[in-house]
Write a protein that binds this ligand. Sequence first.
Ligand code: ATP
Ligand code: MG
Length: 326
Amino acid sequence: MSDDRAERIAEFIRPLRVKPGSEVRLDRDFDPRYRAGMQKQDGVELLRTGVTLLAEYQERLAAADSHGVVLCLQALDAGGKDGTIRHVMSGVNPQGVRVSSFKVPSAEELDHDYLWRYARRLPERGEIAIFNRSHYEEVLVVRVHPENLVRQKLPAEACGPEVWDQRYRQINEWERYLTDNGFKVVKIFLNLSKEEQRTRFLKRIDLPEKNWKFSAADVRERRRWDDYQVAFSEMLSATSTKWAPWYVVPADRKWFARICAASILAHTLIGIDPRYPDVGKEARKELLSARRDLEREAPEGAPADPYADGARKKRKKKRKKERERD
Ligand code: ATP
Ligand code: MG
């Protein structure tokens, strides 16, 4: 990766990052309609480039087998989590990605500490895990609807008024532990405006093929909009850390949100810089000896190494084209 390209990606996502230690107020600090002066047409090509880049890096991540990535996606209903996952991950090898969607916790999950179910879905080294909703629900929906906390059957000393500050600290420490052990935690909040949410809900009602996506519960949740904005703002202020910063992605334009998400993930992978493993001297000797054996098996009239032959021809053709261009 050229430093120039890496630097441009870093520059592009900088305004979206929540500075660790800063006090966020969503409505004041982040505009859901921001699009960095870009037009939708520019976006198509850029996303395609981003997706190709991600595919290359994911292959290297898997080959290096030393790091993993946890991508946490948070949003209010109709924020576009599903579409973002579908588009951003469209080029990657499905074997290297696992998506987990976190819903209302089951009885078994409620019988454990609150981070248990998220820990069970962490990636292996070489993998990217996508959390569609994440451990952050534990300081969002659980905070806005405290009856969820009651269901968690915590001992009295663990659910006092300081429970949210405690959780912020525990989450930060957990993410630090993961980061120190080679698992990068990437956190994206898709920031939707109230008006755009209204439009998307109406679209789900108006179009028969979207009806299945509509839920009356989503409209009930919308009534708590202001409470969620406060919960999100506090969460962003308390849990954007040097090792796992939050990115607030403007979500009113889906195409722009997807470019941002792809860029943030690409930036993380560039930072990890996974390398194909060097097999070492001994293994290389074995490779060469195996090649000699295979070459000897070439049938009458066939090239000894058809692959090398083809590659040589391709290089020659490329050189000729370059000469013609100059
Ligand atoms: P979709 O786009 O399909 O609607 P979704 O993520 O909204 O995706 P739903 O099945 O509609 O999925 O909703 C999951 C619900 O689970 C959300 O309302 C969310 O707030 C809730 N939830 C997630 N985690 C927790 C938790 N720890 N405690 C209580 N509720 C939770
Ligand atoms: Mg939903």
